[in-house]
Design a protein around this ligand. Structure first.
Ligand code: CTP
Ligand code: MG
Length: 251
């Protein structure tokens, strides 16, 4: 019995807009992928690490993580794929025979606390084959019909005729959760979910944005455990300021 963490770090970070891949961008002088790996290691429940690296950065990422005394886990660094889903599938292909639990975690969530990692693994080992951390949402969320444009009437001003999206619903906020990573899975279930969804992996508009989505598509049960604000995702420059608040925290 062994727990593998797949750390996804192969994205380009387009929305962050730096001149290097997002996982290599530093907070407090430490690249995001190293922050994330340190916290996975600090959890004490991860036995091995597979990292998906950006194109051309595989050796650099391997050196960075292998040399860090706070990581100290058996490590493989593999080339990522065209989408996050493809990258996770590439990582999963490197799971050893003894692995029974797989965590999938984003380097873009570098400050996910060790306690959160332990919570997710504990829930999987307690018999939940698919576990995601989630937080209640603060905004009211609406669903819309995409790509529809309609005018506000014959005398509508130019501003009022700007693209509008008709609202199709307002889900009850109390039952919504914003989900994070690490997500934890029974290894066989995750392999089955990725195999069933493989046709979606090649294109951004088809690919799953999280692994639990692939498990749900199989019709299998996924459960939510309490998330943590420190596991926030770095997407834009604004998030870098927020991330700095969590960087100093002891994992
Ligand atoms: N990721 C990956 N392989 C890809 C795309 C994304 O391993 N082909 C990883 C990213 O490195 C990140 C996580 O998946 O840790 C979540 O993706 P996201 O936040 O979208 O990061 P990027 O794709 O790098 O950013 P952007 O979408 O702005 O380009
Ligand atoms: Mg992306």
């Amino acid at each position: 019995m062994s727990t593998l963490a797949i750390l996804t770090a192969a994205g380009s970070g387009t929305r962050l807009g730096r001149d290097l891949p997002k996982a290599l961008v530093q907070v407090d002088g430490v690249p995001l992928v190293l922050h994330a790996a340190r916290r996975l290691a600090a959890s004490g429940v991860v036995d091995e690490l597979v990292v998906t690296a950006p194109p051309g950065a595989t050796a650099g990422v391997r050196d960075l993580l292998a040399a860090d005394p706070l990581v100290g886990l058996p490590l493989e660094v593999v080339d990522g794929g065209a989408t996050r889903q493809a990258s996770v599938a590439a990582g999963l292909a490197h799971a050893g025979a003894d692995v029974d639990v797989v965590l999938v975690h984003d380097a873009a969530r570098p400050f996910a606390p060790a306690a959160l990692v332990r919570r997710v693994v504990a829930a999987v080992r307690a018999g939940h084959p698919a576990v995601v951390p989630g937080l209640p949402v603060v905004d009211t969320i609406k669903t819309v019909s995409r790509g529809e444009h309609q005018t506000a009437g014959a005398h509508a001003s130019e501003a009022a005729t700007a693209a509008v999206e008709p609202v199709t619903g307002t889900p009850e906020r109390a039952v919504l959760r914003a989900v994070q990573t690490p997500q934890g899975f029974d290894r066989d279930l995750l392999v089955r979910a990725h195999a069933a969804g493989a046709a979606r992996a090649g294109a951004d508009h088809l690919a799953a944005t999280d692994d639990a989505g692939l498990v749900e598509a199989l019709g299998e049960r996924v459960v939510v455990v309490a998330g943590d604000e420190a596991a926030m995702k770095i997407t834009t420059e604004r998030d870098m300021h927020l991330a700095a608040l969590y960087a100093g925290r002891v994992a």
